[in-house]
Design a protein around this ligand. Structure first.
Ligand code: GLU
Ligand code: MG
Length: 440
């Protein structure tokens, strides 16, 4: 591979990530990118569904132009993918041609949610996405979590973690997961916008590496209808205006600070609508079923992997402080969800909970099946929508959640998802999984 001598000669991909959670954009030589004005973009592109066509019935057609304005702070150099030259990616906010924000830009949606949380409460969210995916293979799978599984794909782990570290994504764990040919990658926590930016980048870096080495990686919520699902769990904690941890209070119920308790309650209150955004594929609802350790029901659980919202374990040794580690994990997310929309919607829901002073939900410390009907009621345990259609109806019915979005954005989301459901009518679960495996 011919290495360019000058970084300006390398390609830069100016990127957005859309309602279908696909990273799209335009490339040019880095030296030719004007960071102030970016590059052109087309409004109707936001209407492209996961199966690759612009869906009917959306507000944008052949007319209109936008700009992708790069956020220079996100410029990331991806180097070390075998057989491929280094490439730069810069994430962009979408604006009108006069530079004013485009109301349908998913990244702008998150930035505004962060700003509102901060200006109204002085709080910010510290976060990390946890990524699961399958390496597609017909080979007999290695044992879950095993040394053999880890070694069998080398040098993938070594090279991939180096690429991610060099790109500033702060990789933590690389582990063979429970499912056949399933892997998990975790990264360090950071501010909410950077955490979502990392999630956008990570998925494509992994896919890129896989293709370059003769494999296919799929983050699809379910690759095998009978197998394990791939989650994109989101770890969240609050920081105060001085940047100090603000999630933990050992003297309050659930050991959650008042603000964190209200934040969690806000997420639970809006769950049914939220999942239409965070788990937005048709097969996401096969994954969100009991005993898959995904998120069978909506409740706040202590260290319970069936809970939609989980109080995570802390390291209680070697003098580690609990406050900075204490975090909540939202488990009803997957890679069909745009990370900016997912994170923005969680922050908006949390902010609603804080605004309304909602009390901390009862933290369920047992299996839900062991609770009496009264205990379930007290903990507010509720079923998640059983299908994408049900989730869309819940979103339609939740005026608060719909009110967070520009009407065009929410309408296009609905049009894409309705089209997606229609594309899959009559297919078996296995056939549906197959369709999505190639997309995510
Ligand atoms: N694969 C599970 C899911 O679909 C998560 C397993 C875990 O990491 O706890 O969310
Ligand atoms: Mg996992």
């Amino acid at each position: 591979m011919r290495e360019s001598k000058n970084r300006d000669d390398e390609l830069v991909f100016v990127a957005t990530n859309d309602i279908s959670a696909i990273t799209r954009g335009r490339a040019m030589r880095l030296g030719d990118l004007d960071f102030a004005t970016g590059c052109g973009w087309v409004p109707a592109n936001i209407g492209i569904g996961p199966f690759g066509h612009i869906v009917d019935g959306i507000a944008f057609g052949s007319i209109g132009d936008l700009r992708l304005i790069p956020d220079a702070g996100t410029l990331t150099r991806i180097d070390g993918i075998p057989g491929k030259p280094p490439v730069n990616v810069v994430l962009a906010d979408i604006t009108h041609t006069d530079g004013t924000a485009w109301e349908c830009c998913p990244r702008t949606f998150l930035r505004r949610a962060i700003e509102d949380l901060e200006s109204e409460t002085g709080l910010s969210v510290h976060a990390a996405f946890e990524h699961e995916f399958m390496l597609l293979s017909d080979a007999v799978p290695d044992a879950p979590f095993s040394y053999q599984a880890m070694r069998s794909v080398e040098p993938m782990g070594t090279e991939l973690l180096q690429i991610l570290a060099d790109a500033g994504l702060d990789p933590e764990n690389w582990l063979p997961e429970y499912g056949a040919h399933q892997w998990e990658l975790t990264v360090g926590a950071t501010g909410a916008l950077a955490a979502a930016d990392r999630a956008v980048l990570l998925r494509d870096i992994v896919r890129d590496y896989a293709v370059a080495t003769g494999r296919r990686a799929s983050f699809s919520p379910l690759v095998d209808a009978e197998g394990s699902g791939n989650g994109a769990h989101v770890h969240l904690s609050l920081r105060d205006a001085a940047g100090a941890p603000a999630t933990y209070d050992p003297d309050l119920p659930g050991r959650l600070s008042k603000a964190a308790g209200s934040f969690a309650a806000g997420i639970l209150r809006h769950t049914a609508a939220l999942v239409a955004l965070t788990s937005p594929s048709d097969i996401s609802y096969l994954r969100l079923s009991p005993h898959r350790w995904s998120a069978a029901q909506a409740f706040l659980g202590e260290r319970n992997r069936e809970a939609m919202l989980r109080v995570c374990p802390t390291i209680d040794m070697a003098g580690k402080e609990i406050g900075p580690q204490f975090n909540l994990e939202f488990r009803a997310g997957d890679a069909a969800g745009n990370p900016w929309l997912t994170m923005g919607a969680l922050i908006r829901a949390g902010l609603e909970g804080i605004r309304d002073g909602l009390p901390t939900p009862v933290v369920v410390d047992r299996q839900v099946e062991e609770l009496s009907p009264e205990e379930r009621g007290a903990a507010g345990v509720s079923d998640l929508p059983g299908s994408l259609a049900e989730a869309l109806d819940a979103l339609q019915a939740d005026e608060v959640v719909r009110g967070w979005f520009a009407p065009d954005l929410i309408d296009i989301h609905r049009a894409i998802k309705r089209d997606e459901i229609n594309q899959l009518v009559g297919l078996s679960e296995a056939e549906k999984c197959r369709r999505y495996t190639g997309v995510y």
